[in-house]
Design a protein. Structure first.
Length: 255
C-alpha cells in the first residue's frame, strides 16, 4: 500500500507573517489519524522556508521547496542549492513545475539534473509532468508525458525515492479538474513507464500524485482512484480551511 501524499504548493504567496499564522493554525488541527494515513507537506516560497522550518520542528508536517538549482555551490547568482534546502530541513522539492518550464524556460536536461541533485542530498524530488491543452487536443498527450518521464528520470537509480506529479497544464489554476478517469489513465501509463525503466516492484512503490484545480469537493473521487496516490495542491492550499478540508476528505475516502 502506498501512503498518500498531500502537498500544498503555495507558489509566490505568503511572506513570513502569513506563513507563521497558517502553520500555527494548521498544526493545531491535524491529528494523529491524519499522519497515520497520509504524508502532509507544505511548500512555501524560499523566503518563508526558514520560519516554516522552525515552526515545523515539533510537527510531522513535512517541509517542501518549490524549486532548486542543481549545483552544490558557486557563482550562480539568484540560485539556491539542494544543500541549502537540506540544511533547513526540507524533505520534498518540486522540480519541473509547468510554471517553471514555461516562465523559467527550464528544459528537460536541466530538470533531470535538478532531480538528481535533490536525490544526492537525500531529499525527495516531486517531478511534475503534464501536457498542454493543444497537445491533448492533438492526441499526443501520452507521447509528451512519456518524454518528460524518461528524460526527467534519466540520472535516477532504482533505489532512489522520487514522487511524480501528473499535472495537466490545462488543469492548473483554471478550475478545470481532470476527471479521475482521465487522471487515472495517464497515471497508470506513467506507472507502466516507471516499470519499464526500473522494474515492476519500483513502479508499485512509487507515489504518483495528481495536480490541477484540486478542491475539497473533488479530492474524494480523485483519491478513490487506485492510480492516484495523493495531490499537489496549488490555489486551494493557500487557505487553511480548504487545505484542511482536502486533507480530511482524502482521509475519509481511504476508509
Ligand atoms: C500547482 O500549482 O501545482 C497546482 C496544481 O495549482 P492549482 O491547484 O491551483 O491548479
Amino acid at each position: 500500500m502506498r501512503k498518500i501524499l498531500l502537498a500544498g504548493n503555495w507558489k509566490m504567496y505568503k511572506g513570513i507573517k502569513e506563513t507563521e499564522i497558517f502553520i500555527k493554525e494548521l498544526k493545531e488541527e491535524i491529528d494523529e489519524e491524519i499522519f497515520e494515513k497520509s504524508d502532509i507537506a507544505i511548500c512555501p516560497p524560499f523566503t518563508s522556508l526558514y520560519i516554516a522550518s522552525n515552526l515545523l520542528k515539533d510537527s510531522k508536517i513535512f517541509l517542501g521547496a518549490q524549486n532548486v538549482f542543481y549545483e552544490k555551490e558557486g557563482a550562480y547568482t539568484g540560485e539556491i542549492s539542494p544543500k541549502m534546502l537540506k540544511e533547513i530541513g526540507v524533505k520534498y522539492v518540486i522540480v519541473g513545475h509547468s510554471e517553471r518550464r514555461e516562465i523559467g524556460k527550464e528544459d528537460d536536461e536541466m530538470i533531470a539534473k535538478k532531480v538528481k541533485a535533490v536525490i544526492d542530498e537525500d531529499m525527495i524530488p516531486i517531478l511534475c509532468v503534464g501536457e498542454k491543452l493543444e497537445e491533448r487536443e492533438k492526441g499526443i498527450e501520452k507521447e509528451i508525458v512519456e518524454k518528460q518521464i524518461i528524460s526527467g528520470l534519466k540520472f535516477v537509480n532504482e533505489k532512489d525515492e522520487f514522487v511524480i506529479a501528473y499535472e495537466p497544464v490545462w488543469a492548473i489554476g483554471t478550475g478545470k479538474t481532470a476527471t479521475p478517469e482521465i487522471a487515472g489513465e495517464m497515471q497508470g501509463f506513467i506507472r507502466k513507464k516507471i516499470g519499464e525503466i526500473f522494474g515492476k516492484d519500483k513502479a508499485e512503490k512509487t507515489r504518483i500524485l495528481y495536480g490541477g484545480s484540486i478542491k475539497p469537493e473533488n479530492i474524494e473521487e480523485l483519491i478513490k482512484h487506485p492510480e492516484i496516490d495523493g495531490g499537489l495542491i496549488g490555489g486551494a492550499s493557500l487557505k487553511k480551511e480548504s487545505f484542511l478540508s482536502i486533507i480530511k476528505n482524502s482521509i475519509r475516502s481511504l476508509k
